[in-house]
Design a binder for this molecule. Structure first.
Ligand code: GLN
Length: 203
């Protein structure tokens, strides 16, 4: 029997409601009982089985993680491997172990063995959509990129799940999933469904 799952969406800044909606839709489509809620303090972070780090502004999200005292719990749960996390766009930056522009105001969580470059697509192309191929997905996925990062390097247990001409845009390392695009901005729930399967594997 599958236990109900509690998925949190970090709600300090960024595209929070879209992820709540996509995750609820994905659970429904997969016929899985679950609860999806906003996480913004230690108590509700400790209560969830998995977490989504939304897009937004990685400098701001990083600062708010520190200010709301979530960093210690997050790092502990990452280290103990009991919190599957999906990070999209700015969330992808936060999950990295290295950020190539070496900003002193972002404190990445060091969950995924990857180096990420922020705002990698230049100003004139701040926002675009592209059909991408994702490993294990039968059909292409319409990916929305908004001032998106690129994954410049991966190592040890990190696997690439999708690449475009400019570089790697989606990776998985054990229970951590990251992508430079915004799957919550389309009606296609396949990325959220993929994350649900990862969560179930880890429960
Ligand atoms: N460029 C932003 C950053 O690095 C991310 C943009 C987004 O999440 N849509 O913080």
């Amino acid at each position: 029997m599958v236990k109900d799952i509690d998925v949190g969406v970090l709600g300090v800044q960024g595209a929070v409601s879209e992820h709540l909606e996509s995750m609820r839709k994905a659970l429904k489509e997969k016929n899985i009982c679950g609860n999806v809620s906003v996480v913004n303090n230690e108590k509700n972070l400790n209560a969830v089985d998995a977490l989504i780090l939304p897009g937004g502004e990685s400098t701001t999200i990083s600062r708010l993680i520190q200010e709301s005292n979530l960093r210690d719990v997050l790092c502990a749960r990452i280290k103990n491997h009991n919190l599957p996390i999906m990070g999209t766009c700015a969330g992808c930056v936060i999950l990295a172990s290295e950020i190539s522009d070496k900003r002193s105001d972002i404190f990445p969580l060091n969950a995924i063995s990857m180096q990420v470059a922020r705002n990698a697509f230049g100003r004139q192309k701040q926002s675009f959509e592209k059909q991408i191929e994702i490993k294990g997905f039968e059909n292409s996925f319409n990916a929305v990129f908004i001032r998106a990062p690129i994954i410049k390097k991966i190592w040890s247990g990190c696997n690439s799940l999708s690449e475009i001409e400019e570089g790697i845009i989606m990776v998985q390392e054990k229970e951590f999933l990251a992508m430079s695009f915004h799957p919550e901005l389309t009606n296609d729930t396949r990325v959220h469904c993929y994350f649900i399967d990862m969560i179930l594997d880890y429960m």
